[in-house]
Design a protein around this ligand. Structure first.
Ligand SMILES: C[S@@+](CC[C@H](N)C(=O)[O-])C[C@H]1O[C@@H](n2cnc3c(N)ncnc32)[C@H](O)[C@@H]1O
Length: 310
């Protein structure tokens, strides 16, 4: 099955080939903006029906994503109120289309013909799903583009979609604390204090694997990691919580934890989850950024995930 990024690239390639996309900045917008974030579920007209009947294509259903990148206008509302997900039973409905996502080739052609350039301020009337708005914001910057929509339901859905972004990590070595612009502040060597001991359910050396360490970082973002191999030490300076592992002479490993945050419980759960998924490298993960927060997920957006501290 093709991914959203592959389908987006294929659509952009088609639009370049047929002469629709002539400007690299708009090609880049077409390759970047995920249309499915804006369309969600949509209606397709049943061929030959009179009056026209519409079949809901629900988000995630077979063929849904391919339909999103089919360069067709996608109807997202009928009669000013009926959305595809409102149609409960399997089947079709009649009605008059009242909101839609215009076919990408037409939206992109309009933007290009309009000739707006970075630095200019633009008012778009009729946000609809927000797809054209997102393309424009990619090119012009979101501070210079204002879009208005008079249907409150459509407007709220577009605003929510415009404030959210989701995508997969590329193969590579993205980390978060790496963004820290300064060296670690001086601190005393931590005194390792007694705590509750139990067997560890993971091999602590998994944290030496780059992705394993990254998963641990997602699970316990405020903890600092010291040590290596079977002897890992996690220390959360803000709460004083500690965890340290050691090889068990009888086989396996033990962990000692103390403090209000059970650091190893969190790390262990996350690492086991990653192991159950086959220990994928970073491209097995994605991130969703919304007004509510930033969530890194494993596999799919609905899969297990970890909220990043903001
Ligand atoms: C065809 S849709 C989609 C437009 C979207 N810009 C696109 O290219 O996909 C038009 C949208 O404009 C909205 N609309 C129509 N007249 C409007 C007006 N006078 N003021 C604000 N929104 C309006 C409708 O509610 C509808 O959601």
């Amino acid at each position: 099955m093709s991914t959203s990024a592959q389908l987006r690239d294929a659509l952009a390639d088609r639009l370049i080939k047929d002469g629709t996309l002539t400007e690299p900045e708009w090609s880049s917008a077409a390759r970047t903006v995920p249309r499915e974030l804006f369309t969600g579920s949509y209606f397709v007209p049943e061929a030959g029906s009179v009056p026209t009947r519409y079949r809901p294509v629900r988000q995630g259903a077979p063929g849904w994503l391919e339909g999103v990148y089919s360069d067709k206008t996608l109807i997202t509302q009928l009669d000013g109120r009926v959305r595809p997900d409102d149609v409960l039973e399997e089947g079709t409905v009649t009605g008059s289309p009242s909101s839609s996502s215009t076919l990408p080739s037409l939206v992109l052609r309009m933007w290009q013909r309009f000739g707006a350039k970075a630095g200019q301020r633009v008012l778009e009337i009729g946000t609809g799903t927000g797809y054209s708005t997102a393309l424009g914001a990619h090119r012009l910057g979101d501070g210079d583009l204002t879009s208005i929509e008079y249907d409150p339901v459509v407007g709220r859905a577009a605003a929510a979609a415009l404030k959210e972004a989701t995508g997969r990590f590329l193969p590579g070595y993205t980390s978060f604390m790496i963004a820290r612009p300064h060296d670690r502040p001086p601190r005393p060597t931590p005194a390792l204090l007694p705590g509750e001991e139990r067997p560890s359910r993971i091999d602590p050396a998994k944290l030496d694997n780059w992705t394993g360490g990254w998963v641990a970082q997602l699970a316990a973002p405020s903890a600092e990691r010291m040590g290596a191999g079977a002897e890992q030490v996690l220390w959360d300076v803000s709460t004083g919580s500690q965890a340290r592992t050691a090889p068990n002479p009888d086989g396996g490993w033990t962990v000692v934890q103390r403090g209000p945050v059970r650091l190893w419980d969190r790390v262990e759960r996350a690492v086991r989850c990653w192991q159950a998924a086959g220990e994928p490298h970073q491209e097995g993960f994605g991130i969703t950024v919304s007004a509510a927060g930033q969530r890194v997920w494993l596999g799919t957006e609905k899969g297990p995930g970890w909220d990043l501290p903001i």
